[in-house]
Structures are given as C-alpha cells and as structure tokens.
Ligand binder design. Structure first.
Ligand code: CA
Ligand code: CA
Ligand code: CA
Length: 343
C-alpha cells in the first residue's frame, strides 16, 4: 500500500512539474504586482536579500514613479549578472543606475553621473531582452565604472521610466559563489556508487563545489557530501542539464548512507526530494529549496547545517542525462555571512 501511495505522490509531482513547464522558477522574487510598489525614497529603498541562483524583480514604472532597491550580496557570494528577462512597453527603453551602499545619494534631477558606480538604458530598443545588463551598467560613460562580477556588499539601484508610457520588466539578479572548486566529475573520477550503503564520499569546502554526473535507466548514483563544521549548505545550483529527457530525480537524507531503496521508497523517510532538469526551468537556479518542499517528505528550509548528507541521484528514463550541480557552502554564523553593516 505504502509504495503505491508513494508512487502516486511521485506521479503527482511529475504532473505538477509538467504543468509548470515553461515558467521560470526563482529562488527569491519580488513582484510589484503582488508585493507593492518599490520605494520611491532614495534614502530608504526597498531591501532585497539575494540568495545563490536566480532572484527575480518585476517592476512597473511610468513618469513620476521612482524605484529604489537595495540588494544585499552576502559574503562568499557575488552578483554575477543582471539579466533582462522581459520588457513590455510602447516606450522601448527605461533607465537604471547603481551605487554602492544602502542609499542612493544622487537625486533624479541634477544627477552627478561621476558619483554613480554605473548606469545604462535598457529595453527592447537596445535589443537587450535575454541579455546581461551588468556589463552595460559597468560601462556607463562618465560613471565610476566597475568590473563584473560585483563582490559581496550592498548595492542600491535606481530604476526609472521617464516617458509617459508604462513599462513592465523583469530583472534576474544572478548570484554565484565567489570561489569554486571542482569536487567530482564522473567523466574523470568514475561512476558514482550504485550501493546506497557505501556511497561515494565528497567533502565540501567554502564556496562552490562542482559535481558532474551522467545517469541513465539502471545507473543509480549515491553520493555523501560532508558540510564542514561552522559552515552551511546554502544551495545546490543546477549549473547545466543536458538530456532529451527533460527531468531527472534527486533525493536527500541526513547521514552517510541512503536508507530507503530505489523501488518501494518510503517518501516520509526522506529529508527531501525533487525532479530537476529543463522541464521546470531550473537551470541556473537552486534545487535545494525545491528538495525541501518535496511532498510527503520530512522537509526543510535551506540552509542545511554541518554534517553528512547522502543524495540519491537517478535518471529513470532511457535517455542519458548529464548534469552539473554546484553545492554552495557558506559560513554558518550570521556575522560572517552578512555584509559588515549588519554585524
Ligand atoms: Ca513601480
Ligand atoms: Ca552515474
Ligand atoms: Ca552509478
């Protein structure tokens, strides 16, 4: 009875994932449509704490509507890109500028450009939809300029549509670990263990830890990752996913073995699980939070504290799937994680 119910859960999940195919998942998001207009006060901007992976900001602006938003890039992380995901307006461009810090010191009229870290126009008129705006911001003429990525700290953005046409756009703040280590690659290090009682051991270090694996029907992959003392597993970014099957499966348990079998799995014994792949637009996003929401499992909200965790990775279909996961390890105490201003 139990296994058939669990199979039903997994089938339900597959259907749900398929239903949401095409939507872009975000690890954090702010949408003016549901969460209210972004602050118009440059001395008291709306604050958004960025997390590793994808952070969506959707805003609507028109003449007179100023938007100020401060993003926090925690220690150990960096702002890698600012993708213009979508832009809808009869005016083909809006404006964005950025300064370091938690306020925007320059006024919207009589702005001294030399006090800006950077600025750019953005929109359909400049063919930027789907592209990175961070490098455009970095090269704003007369501004201080910067090199990408932007390191940990606070940055305040001033967004504005100066025209009388309403513009609605979505920006994706892409956050990655500031250092990255190659941890395991099946291509060179060999197939991950098929024996759930004797998984392949991978130790994790501060920053990003890259694991690349290939799976197909019949190839079970079990890996035990150890989160060091005083550190946390903050995210597992799906860096890439290549397969004609648009999703594979991953589950996680605490400890250094995987107690549940691959068939007749009792989902309630799992810490979490999720499907992952291109089906639900997860490439570039964190899948650890998706695992924490696996229906019927124990469940968790990232980060996960120090200790061993065992992952069961599997591609159940006949199509080979190759994927790269990035385990993001950050310091556990808040003082070491958040920028100086919060200590
Ligand atoms: Ca607005
Ligand atoms: Ca494998
Ligand atoms: Ca294997």
């Amino acid at each position: 009875m139990k296994s058939s119910r669990n199979l039903f859960l997994i089938i339900t999940l597959v259907v749900l994932v398929a239903y949401f195919a095409g939507t872009v998942l975000a690890d954090t998001s702010y949408d003016e449509g549901t969460e209210g207009d972004l602050s118009g006060n440059r001395f008291n901007p709306t604050v958004i704490m960025l997390t590793p992976g994808s952070n969506l900001l959707t805003a609507t602006s028109v003449t007179g509507d100023l938007e100020y938003v401060t993003v926090i890039v925690p220690n150990g992380l960096q702002l890698k890109a600012l993708i213009l995901t979508s832009y809808t307006s009869t005016d083909d461009r809006s404006f964005v500028a950025v300064q370091s810090g938690s306020t925007f010191t320059e006024p919207p009229a009589g702005t001294n450009v030399s006090n800006l870290l950077g600025y750019t126009h953005f929109g359909t008129g400049l063919g930027q939809v789907g592209t990175d705006l961070l490098d455009d911001l970095a090269s704003g003429a007369g501004a201080m300029g910067f090199t990408t990525p932007l390191s940990s700290g606070l940055y305040t953005f001033w967004l504005q549509e100066t025209g009388i046409e309403t513009s609605t756009y979505t920006l994706n703040f892409i956050v990655s670990p500031s250092t990255t280590t190659s941890s395991y690659d099946e291509g060179t290090d060999g197939d991950l263990a098929d024996d759930r009682f004797n998984p392949t051991a991978v130790s994790l270090v501060e920053g990003g830890n890259i694991l690349t694996a290939t799976s197909v029907a019949g190839d079970l992959d079990y890996v035990t990752v150890s989160v060091p003392l005083d550190f946390q597993l903050r995210a597992i970014l799906l860096e890439s996913y290549v397969s004609t099957d648009d999703q594979a499966f991953v589950a996680i348990q605490s400890g250094s073995t995987f107690t549940e079998p691959a068939t007749g799995t009792d989902v309630s014994q799992l810490l979490g699980y999720t499907h992952f792949g291109t089906a639900a637009g997860q490439v570039g996003t964190d899948i650890l939070d998706d695992m924490g929401e696996g229906a019927g499992a124990i469940g968790f909200t990232p980060p996960l504290s120090s200790g061993p965790y065992t992952l069961w990775l599997q591609e159940t279909g006949t199509a080979t799937a190759t994927y790269t996961l990035n385990f993001v390890i950050t310091r556990a105490d808040k003082k070491s994680y958040l920028p100086l201003i919060f200590r």
